[in-house]
Design a protein around this ligand. Structure first.
Ligand SMILES: Nc1ncnc2c1ncn2[C@@H]1O[C@H](COP(=O)(O)OP(=O)(O)OP(=O)(O)O)[C@@H](O)[C@H]1O
Length: 357
């Protein structure tokens, strides 16, 4: 697949702060890319630099093979969808969508018939047929999201940047709009770069997931790779599905406050050593239960559990006060009741552990 966007060593500073610290990335054409990162990691800054709203202090940005580092935003042919939608409240759905087409700086469409055809095609593509005449103050959050997207897509950008596009929607609608956005993107065939602070959203939506950590790209890969093989403790922590133990490599395992924890294979290289085990790889057993040679076992005191519909998340307190989480998928096993304040054995297979050293 060819690359639509390539950044090499892009640096953006605000005073003494490096908001982007040498970003290298290459995004495939015709794909959905999620950009995930903790608050303040530089996600919005990266979008703004790609769009051309902020000039970088260093590095180059190539778009469709062309150097656009110093090209003004309206000449880049990159669309931007803002979190708050930024619709014109005094214009109808139809006129909001037509606005960008008629008023764009480069190559505005002036033939009313052509405008009408393009706007109506777009209204149908995003599923707004019937609402053309409504004011944007008289439609729902999900419909506003579609108007914002349609207004960008109608200008036929080669790529669309979306800054937390689902952030203003309630949880139910957000889940529904995930698949809608993916479908709309597939129909128009351009690359979407979607910023989110939610790991579940990033993994569910992205063909490619980029993880930004402290102004740098920490990892780029498909969802499966990011989820199952995070390349650093920081990425694993941010995915919110791994228990992490700090410690160091020792004879026969990884030494932690919980004792020596076994693992298989070679550790991954990382600046901050850690041992990671996924929440859903752990088995809860009675305290003192027997372990096999290929398992690791520690003990903890049950605190509480949380029912999420498809899974139960159980929380245990370890002897050093650390909270350890176990996720039991209800499609795999029936829900179990655990007794508060009681000790349990927490066991997992050595081969399921990830070690960074
Ligand atoms: N205009 C600005 N002037 C000064 N500092 C800024 C400016 N914009 C962003 N920053 C700083 O740059 C860093 C990255 O900010 P950015 O908004 O890109 O992060 P983010 O990952 O999008 O965060 P969030 O998820 O909270 O929106 C932060 O430390 C922020 O305070």
């Amino acid at each position: 697949m060819s690359a639509v966007l390539q950044l090499s060593n892009v640096v953006k500073t605000y005073g003494d702060l490096r908001a982007l610290d040498g970003i290298d990335l290459s995004l495939p054409d015709d794909s959905y890319v999620s950009l995930l990162g903790p608050s303040g990691s530089g996600k919005t800054t990266l979008l703004r630099v790609i769009a051309g709203f902020e000039p970088p202090e260093g590095g180059t940005i190539r778009f469709s093979g062309k150097d656009v580092t110093n090209t003004p935003p309206h000449e880049r042919n990159i669309g931007f969808v803002f979190q708050n939608f930024a619709l014109f409240p005094h214009l109808s759905v139809y006129d909001n969508i037509a606005f960008g087409l008629v008023n764009r700086a480069v190559d505005p469409v002036t033939d009313p018939k052509l405008v009408d055809r393009k706007v109506r095609d777009m209204i149908s593509l995003v599923g707004l047929t019937g609402l053309e005449g409504r004011a944007t103050t008289q439609i729902s959050g999900g419909q506003k999201q579609r108007v914002a997207l349609a207004r960008t897509l109608v200008t036929e950008p080669q790529m669309v940047l979306l800054d937390e596009p689902l952030g203003a929607l309630d949880a139910n609608l957000r889940a529904r709009m995930r698949s809608e956005l993916r479908m709309i993107r597939e129909r128009c065939g351009v690359t979407f770069l979607h910023v989110t602070g939610s790991e579940t959203e990033a993994l569910a939506m992205g063909d490619t997931v980029l993880v930004l950590d402290r102004a740098r790209i920490a990892q780029q890969g498909d969802s499966d790779t990011i989820y199952n093989r995070p390349c650093s403790p920081a990425v694993a922590r941010f995915l919110n599905c791994y228990n992490l133990f700090s410690g160091k490599m020792a004879d026969g395992g990884f030494a932690t406050a919980q004792g020596l924890l076994g693992f298989q294979g070679q550790p991954q290289r990382a600046a901050d050593p850690a041992y990671a085990i996924r929440y859903d790889r752990v088995d809860i057993r009675p305290a003192g239960a027997a372990v096999t040679g290929d398992e690791v076992q520690i003990e903890g005191t049950f605190i509480a559990s949380e029912y999420t519909g498809s899974a139960v998340n159980a929380f245990f307190s370890l002897d050093d006060g650390k909270v350890f989480e176990v996720e039991a998928h209800l499609s795999h096993r029936a829900p179990e009741n655990h007794e508060p304040h009681r000790r349990y054995a927490l066991a997992w297979k050595r081969e399921d552990a990830l070690v960074f050293a």
